[in-house]
Every structure is written in structure tokens, then in C-alpha cells.
Write a protein that binds this ligand. Structure first.
Ligand SMILES: N=c1c2ncn([C@@H]3O[C@H](COP(=O)(O)OP(=O)(O)OP(=O)(O)O)[C@@H](O)[C@H]3O)c2ncn1[C@@H]1O[C@H](COP(=O)(O)O)[C@@H](O)[C@H]1O
Length: 106
């Protein structure tokens, strides 16, 4: 599983600066971060719609679109999947409920 994401991340990084006529990654990247973020948001909404329709096949497809566009955005931000995994590792074993309760009050 992580091999797939690592390969996809490497491909996306390599494609960012190629010809937008032949690469979707290059075309989207050239349109700017706001457009990448918009596409990510659209894919998130489409994933939610598929979930609410109780359609596992559609959720699988939309989740793939979502992960792909997330990695395009991360690449544009100079953030790696290793960075994200390190943050998840840091959180490992800490209940979300415990963590939220420990947050300083505003
Ligand atoms: N995994 C993907 C991937 N998933 C989705 N997409 C593209 O993401 C685009 C947006 O998806 P949508 O369903 O929203 O398409 P759309 O409705 O036509 O989009 P809009 O016109 O509304 O913006 C489509 O063109 C999909 O083909 C992907 N494009 C590329 N990859 C991977 O990235 C690699 C590099 O791709 P290129 O940069 O195109 O060479 C490929 O070899 C793949 O491994």
C-alpha cells in the first residue's frame, strides 16, 4: 500500500514541471495552488456523496481521486508523504478524545 503512494508521489513530483499538454499533473500545477485546492475540495465532496449513497465502489474511485489530488497539493506545498506519516506516527496511540480534552482553552 505505501509503495503505491510512494510511487505515485515520485511520479507527481517528476511530472510537475513537464509539458501541460501531455500531463494532467503539470497542467493542474500550472493553474496554481488555488485550483489544486479547489480540485481537492471537489474530490472530497464527491467522496462524501458516494459514502452517503452507500456505494463502496464509487467511494473507492473517489477516494483514489482524493488521495491523488491531496498528493498533488502536498507536492506543491513542498510537504512529503513522509512528513505526513511522521505526524501520524507522533499521534499514534493518543486517543482523539484525550488529545482534544488536553487542548488549551481559548
Ligand atoms: N492517479 C492519477 C489520477 N487520478 C485522477 N486523475 C485525473 O484527475 C482529473 C480530474 O478528475 P475529474 O474526475 O475531476 O475530471 P474532470 O471532471 O474532467 O475535471 P475538470 O475538467 O472538471 O477539472 C482527470 O483528468 C483524471 O484523469 C489522475 N491523473 C493522473 N494520475 C497519476 O498521475 C500520473 C501522472 O499523470 P500525468 O501528469 O497526466 O502524466 C499517472 O500516470 C497516474 O499514475
Amino acid at each position: 500500500m505505501s509503495d503505491t503512494l510512494a510511487r505515485l508521489e515520485a511520479t507527481i513530483r517528476a511530472r510537475r514541471t513537464t509539458d501541460p499538454a501531455s500531463s494532467y499533473v503539470a497542467r493542474l500545477t500550472a493553474q496554481g495552488r488555488a485550483k489544486i485546492a479547489q480540485k481537492l475540495g471537489e474530490e472530497a465532496v464527491e467522496t462524501v456523496i458516494a459514502a452517503m449513497a452507500n456505494d463502496p465502489q464509487a467511494v473507492t474511485s473517489e477516494a483514489a481521486d482524493l488521495l491523488f489530488h491531496l498528493i498533488v497539493l502536498l507536492a506543491d506545498m513542498g510537504v512529503s508523504l513522509d512528513d505526513v506519516c511522521a505526524e501520524l506516527d507522533r499521534r499514534e496511540g493518543v486517543s482523539g478524545i484525550t488529545e482534544k480534552a488536553a487542548r488549551p482553552r481559548e
